[in-house]
Design a protein around this ligand. Structure first.
Ligand SMILES: Nc1ncnc2c1ncn2[C@@H]1O[C@H](COP(=O)(O)OP(=O)(O)O)[C@@H](O)[C@H]1O
Ligand SMILES: [Mg+2]
Length: 391
């Protein structure tokens, strides 16, 4: 078992609050990622779980047991750092075996030269060597066991760091941006390896990264942390399609979601970018609403009669599988990015003026505090399905 529970963790460094009430329940064997901009408190949260840092308030439980006063070594967690933290003068084999040597051999047995002749030392050393070989085999490090970290590539070093975490067979793996020192291609490849490792070990993974695509591709659930708060934690597609908060909507998704200032007419109807968004509800007259539309929900208006926002194209980016059109309204007030199929947008050039339209069913509404507006009586998909041309 390896459940992790965080209860209202608070942490400040001096007068600077870093975590402001982080609560989280992680199931046994789950892969949870925490994603957020640099400096938002991700590493601090992970270090508190590991026991390397102590919270000011709140509690950490592993398998339902409070970790207060439980030292890092006694927590049955292993941490993989961004920097790998390998010993440069030791071989790969020695690096991987360090956690086992520290645990299984007594201080006397670890002494150079004489230690190995003490009673029991030989059997323990043989068992450790066996465990190291097994982990090295699983991570395809066997041919590298005799090398020093300096003789390895970035990806290989990263794998050694994972092997060192694995060798103790901990219940919980804590990974702090383990891929951020690798080049882009290798990073994508290592994502698959880590995901496969998780499937094989069935241990609990808590993975911290500033890279949303890393978090989204690997995890069962992703938590978005901003300024020391976990704003939403959900399956990747839920964060993308159904964000609770405008900060989630803008953080998740690349290119970024389009945000359009909407206005509420005298009769309470909502208008954005030349469209009337039909709602069963009437909104308060002066309400300031922001409409979020993902780039793939924006399209070219098919004909002139369709109500559309007139926009001038600033840039067309050909990405192969799709095409990004950056455009702005005539007054420059609205900037939009549309993701089109290459066939649809092949003829477009910078400077062209086009009509852009969006599927109102895909629009997300946020109030002036950035909270998602929901209309509970309606089914989410039916919410905006009736579109009327603005008069
Ligand atoms: N030991 C420390 N002493 C003082 N400030 C710290 C310490 N560790 C982290 N911080 C500060 O806490 C904030 C959050 O840091 P961190 O948890 O490392 O963020 P992240 O991992 O999300 O980039 C940052 O502003 C950082 O400067
Ligand atoms: Mg960090």
């Amino acid at each position: 078992m390896g459940t992790v529970t965080l209860r209202a963790l608070h942490k400040s460094f001096g007068s600077v609050p870093v975590l402001s009430g982080v609560s989280l329940d992680i199931a046994d064997g789950e892969f949870v990622s925490i994603v957020g901009p640099s400096g938002c408190g991700k590493s601090t949260m992970l270090r508190i779980i590991a026991g390397l840092e102590v919270q000011d308030e709140g509690a950490v439980e592993i398998d339902g047991r409070s970790m207060a006063y439980v030292r890092p070594k006694a927590r049955d967690v292993a941490m993989v750092f961004q920097s790998y933290a390998l010993y440069p003068h030791m071989s790969v084999e020695r690096n991987i075996s360090v956690p086992l040597l520290m645990r299984r051999l007594t201080t006397a047995q670890r002494l150079p030269l004489i230690g190995r002749f003490l009673p029991g030392a030989r059997a323990v050393s043989a068992a450790i060597a066996q465990d190291v070989r097994s982990v090295a085999g699983a991570l395809e490090l066997t041919p590298l066991l005799g090398r020093k970290p300096g003789q390895l590539s970035g990806g290989q070093r990263q794998r050694v760091a994972v092997a060192r975490a694995m060798v103790r067979r901990p219940k919980v793996f804590l990974m702090d941006e383990p891929l951020s020192n690798l080049d882009a291609k290798l990073r994508v490849q290592m994502r698959t390896e880590i995901k496969e490792l998780h499937a094989k070990l069935r241990a609990t993974f808590v993975y911290v990264t500033h890279d949303q695509s890393e978090a989204m591709t690997m995890s069962d659930r992703v938590g978005v942390m901003i300024d020391g708060e976990l704003i939403q934690i959900a399956a990747p597609h839920v964060l993308y399609d159904d964000p609770e908060d405008i900060r989630i909507a803008t953080f998740i998704g690349s290119p970024r979601i389009n945000l359009i200032a909407a206005h509420v007419a005298d009769d309470g109807s909502l208008h954005a970018a030349g469209r009337l968004l039909a709602l069963d509800h009437r909104l308060a007259k002066a309400a300031r609403i922001t409409v979020g539309v993902r780039p793939e929900a924006i399209g070219l208006a098919q004909d002139d009669t369709e109500t559309a926002m007139r926009a001038r194209i600033r840039l067309v980016e050909h990405l192969g599988s799709d095409l990004l059109v950056h455009a702005e309204s005539a007054d420059g007030a609205e900037k939009l990015i549309a993701r089109l199929e290459p066939r649809t947008g092949r003829h477009l050039r910078a400077g062209d003026v086009v009509g852009l339209t969006f599927d109102p069913a895909a629009a997300l509404l946020f109030d002036q505090d950035g909270r998602r507006l929901r209309f509970p009586r309606e089914r989410p998909h039916a919410l905006l399905s009736r579109v009327l041309a603005e008069t």
